[in-house]
Design a binder for this molecule. Sequence first.
Ligand SMILES: [Zn+2]
Length: 332
Amino acid sequence: MANLNELEKNGAFLDAIPQVPQGRYAHFVLVRETESFPLFQTDGTLNVIRVRAGQKDDKAISRLVMFKRKQSSPERLTGRELLRAFGVIADDADKKCEYNSEDFCKHCPDCIHYGYAIGDQGAEKSKVLTDSAFSITPYEDSHKAFSFNALYEHGTMTQKGETRSSFGEQDHIVPQVFFPAVETLRDPTYEGFVYVLGNLLRTNRYGAQETRTGKVQNHLVAICFTNGEIFSNLRYTQALHDVLGEQAAPLNPDTVLEAAASAYRTLIAQEPVSRTPEYLGNDLAQLAADVTALYQSEEKTRAFLTALDTKTRKYAGDFGASKKKGKGKSEN
Ligand SMILES: [Zn+2]
């Protein structure tokens, strides 16, 4: 756990979750790769937007869009499963927390990190910042329409001599479509960092409801700690497009990840922020391996979740919504 231990000790983290933003950011620079047929859609059609292809390449293309919540909701649900498995969320009165309801507990690691809003009872702003992500390849190369039959229970289209004509067609995103994305944790504590990174590494199913999901792999390109926000997902996608040049889909994942690292270096060099520490290449792989090893150990996971829960409860007790007066709005 060389890199993770070193990171914990070198001053990258705050000891406690602060009430007021401290201008400290941990950025997870990712490429999300589809590995089956997820649906990122609204009202039955895939989300698509027309934008400029690159920063240099000025033609307009249509890109698939993965909106904020399509990214953050599955990740927070992954985290909540873990909290429940280790009894941080449970049925006891002081551990009860019901997702997307009036019974959000307002103090668990999920409520405090990913935020909530409960009518006029208060809200907590999300400390995990996401933004819409865009496919590198154009919509035309990134989806396929499949027709489906509405079968009777015995598995055919025919019942009592009559053949059903109801079948439909649905656009699906195809495998190996890449969505470059930056996810940011504001004012990170060590435990919050391990929690949010763990959720990124442990979530591999995205989409709206259960039937609409598909496999997505999150590849880490860089992790950097800065004193400000950095480039947008659209700029990152466009810079990556410029590095790749015109390539037919499906793109080669190795080529995409190399191009992503190159685009990251170009863009981060233009940002008016300090960045220490910064993890790329082998250092990043080691850090990710350290976090993976932590989650593979039940004992270490329990210890870190207990420390995490203590920190979010302390924050909730000192500054949480139950302490605040008046209404608030949540970002998540
Ligand atoms: Zn909660």
